[in-house]
Design a binder for this molecule. Sequence first.
Ligand SMILES: Cc1cc2nc3c(=O)[nH]c(=O)nc-3n(C[C@H](O)[C@H](O)[C@H](O)COP(=O)(O)OP(=O)(O)OC[C@H]3O[C@@H](n4cnc5c(N)ncnc54)[C@H](O)[C@@H]3O)c2cc1C
Length: 434
Amino acid sequence: MGLAAAQRAVTLGHKVDLIEADGKLGGMAAHFDFSGLSIERFYHFVCKADGPTFALMRDLGISNKMRWVDTSMGYFTHGKTHKWGDPVSLLRYPHLSVIEKLRTGLQMFLATKASGFSRIEHLTAREWIERGSGKSVYQKLWRRLQELKFHEFADEVSASWIASRIKRIGNSRESILKAQLGYIEGGSETLIEAMADDIRRKGGRIYLNTPAERVVVKDGRVSLVQAGGTGFEAQAVISTVPIPLVNHLVPDLPQEWKDKYAAIRNIGVVCLVFKLRKSVTPHFWENIVAEDIDIPGLIEFSNLRPFADTIVYVPYYMPLTQPKWHWQDEQFIDEAFSYIRRVNPAIQPDDLMDARVSRLHHAQPVCEPHFRDKLPCVQTPIRGLQIADTCFYYPEDRGVAESIRYGRMMAEAVSRRLSGTVSHWTDADTGSEK
Ligand SMILES: Cc1cc2nc3c(=O)[nH]c(=O)nc-3n(C[C@H](O)[C@H](O)[C@H](O)COP(=O)(O)OP(=O)(O)OC[C@H]3O[C@@H](n4cnc5c(N)ncnc54)[C@H](O)[C@@H]3O)c2cc1C
């Protein structure tokens, strides 16, 4: 979001300083060196609905880097993987009755066709699924997945958030039977580096290893960002750091705003990536529902983006209050590898070539019903200061395309303000409903 905002602002003719705390650009989409392989710390795929990503890639002249692949989904339960994710697989699935299958199929189909989800905004995901597909379907298909991702918040997640996810992925299809997902050749880094190159080429400056420490406010408007021991003067500041960090960064915000930011909850993720000699599953995404397997699924990324070896990600989402958050990397690797071997018993210990663990404190906002009403406006009461993170595009789930869209909107709002096109900041400046 920050990169997209900076790229748009510099393109619109502004002088831009991009301040990044990490030693690498890209945030959640950043790469790392996995024993000689440059790959995302957290798996990333592209959906057909990701319009803002395609528009930006066109602007940057890298549209030719987009690749589309026929992918499939599996569902591991009762000791066996079943094909999943299309009507025929649903009809063949042995652990639901005919009525349960019909109700599930209809609810998923309607979600992919809906133009919006305001009608179900008051419901939790559980209530919506229980009403549409039935309580037994929630128990059989969804409960474990929700609990393993959201833990104590599992029953609080909103229906419109989950329906938006189903819609985004459900609509990434070539035909009713064939799902297609995309990747960028070279990974997310290709896009990140193209944005960074464009920013630099147009005169923007990028500072790595420079954590913003404080946004300084003078006479009700931003004047300076203190970061990495330096002061960056600014007429406008766009903050795209995770919302839980904002109150510390901007102590001058009114208490009412701080309370709103403090009420936004996030969970973390511990994400493992394995390099293996053998394939685990023919599917890109394998959901796992088994009471004695504590992961909601695994992602065989090399079934999307080809690599010399098999690449499998295993995400452990959890609130930081979970005792497991404090596990050592080796504990996670041992447990996750044992689960991989449960899914495919042909995998032997010596098939494990390498494994890495990445942790993120703020990986996923927890969005309850009517979440939008609880969000503060993007434009803060401090003139020149806009603040957003991935939860601002609720009910859409966090994703690269939406972060790009938001970053660009915020840059355009700054541009209109500084050029005097609007005399006051308005919500419309951000294109947001807030
Ligand atoms: C496991 C996982 C899988 C995902 N899979 C997909 C996927 O398949 N497809 C998809 O589209 N999206 C996916 N996403 C989501 C996607 O990565 C995010 O939506 C997107 O990258 C968010 O970008 P952002 O810039 O809004 O936020 P972030 O990436 O969180 O960026 C925030 C930035 O702020 C920086 N920062 C923090 N504090 C400071 C400070 N004090 N000063 C300066 N900088 C600071 C951080 O270092 C970071 O670079 C996934 C995310 C995760 C965690």
